[in-house]
Design a protein around this ligand. Structure first.
Ligand code: ADP
Ligand code: TRP
Length: 326
């Protein structure tokens, strides 16, 4: 199966990105042909500063590699290294009704958060469809907030194939992680735009500080507590081994376990989990040429796959060279 996914270079990656998306990307590399890319064209809808864009793009590459992406198994590349995606996005836009885009939840959510309603933001799902369709992707592993975008991609593949009476574009399927949302420090969905994240590669000191600041109610240490209504427990259960989760839940109900103790344990678990990756990341950061080579090699593989689809698309809609078809 060909698996493809992208992650925007629009901010530092956090625990929600890891558990919701990156972890499953990395697991999939063992049994599939994988393409993962840094969606820097998409990120231009929110990050409009060249230095910051370059830095965030590099950060996503380092994060993926540190977390276990193996370049020999999965192609990792920058979206902008395959410029044909913009060509395909244009072609898709000519067969896609405006109504489809006006129904996009993420467009409405982003405007509500104060992001400028540019044409880029409106056309975001078209570019995303092009990202997916240009590689003949079978499976697109994403978080539940992206499902509508995948459905729109399926629609757009259908519009193109129907318009030109062809089978140039392959219909992809979404693959959802266990449908959970990682909560942030305040119990809302963890998200860069809510300022409630625990970043994956912050310093140990800052990470501990963030964890200690998770919001809790004022039940005293001795009092029984409901684990299902506690922000600390919600995060703890995503990180701790299952037996420890059960023991801790029982201790919550019984009383005598303070939130501070669980936070301390959560900080330890975080460090056990991400400490080794932080060290690998530091090594890679010291070797920018190696990272650049990995991205260049990934782009080469991606361009080869894209060229095949674009040849079919151009042929189907009459953009192929004169004489290439009688
Ligand atoms: P953010 O909300 O911080 O801007 P993105 O929208 O860039 O994050 O998300 C990138 C990927 O990470 C998506 O596939 C998304 O589904 C996943 N993701 C982001 N936040 C969470 C979360 N809190 N819980 C689960 N998955 C998440
Ligand atoms: N929109 C996705 C997000 O915000 C990022 C993305 C861009 C993507 N193109 C993609 C994800 C193609 C999967 C496939 O998370």
């Amino acid at each position: 199966m060909r698996v493809l996914s992208g992650i925007q270079s629009s901010g530092k990656l956090h625990l929600g990105n890891y558990l919701g998306a990156i972890r499953q990307h990395i697991e999939l590399q063992h049994d599939n042909e994988c393409f993962f890319f840094i969606a820097n064209y998409h990120a231009l809808t929110t990050v409009q500063d060249a230095r910051r864009q370059l830095m965030l793009t590099r950060d996503v590459a380092l994060d993926y590699l540190a977390l276990g992406l193996e370049p020999a198994k999965a192609a990792l590349f920058r979206q902008s290294d395959v410029r044909e995606v913009c060509e395909l996005a244009w072609i898709l836009s000519t067969v896609t009704g405006r109504g489809l885009l006006e129904r996009a939840h993420s467009y409405k959510d982003k405007i509500a958060k104060g992001i400028m309603p540019t044409m880029g933001l409106m056309n975001y799902p078209i570019l995303m469809a092009a990202d997916i369709l240009i590689y003949d992707s079978d499976i697109v592993p994403v978080g539940s907030d992206q499902v509508q975008h995948i459905e729109m991609t399926q629609d757009m593949a259908g519009y193109f194939n129907n318009t030109y009476n062809c089978t140039a574009l392959k219909r992809p399927e979404a693959r959802l992680n266990e449908a959970f949302i990682v909560p942030g420090l305040d119990g809302q969905k963890m998200s860069k735009s809510y300022g409630n994240t625990i970043d994956l590669f912050d310093t140990p000191k800052n990470t501990r500080k963030r964890i200690m600041s998770i919001k809790t109610d004022s039940t005293p240490v001795a009092g029984p507590k409901d684990p299902e209504r506690c922000n600390v427990f919600a995060m703890f259960k995503l990180m701790a081994p299952p037996e420890e989760v059960e023991e801790t839940a029982a201790a919550y109900r019984k009383g005598g376990l303070g939130y501070g103790t669980v936070k301390q344990r959560l900080a330890e678990l975080y460090e056990e989990h991400f400490g080794p990756a932080r060290a690998r990341r530091a090594e890679l950061e010291a070797d920018p040429d190696r990272v650049e080579d990995i991205l260049a090699d990934g782009a080469k593989q991606a361009r080869a796959a894209a060229a095949q689809v674009m040849a079919r698309v151009r042929e189907a809609c009459g953009l192929a060279n004169v004489g290439s078809r009688r």
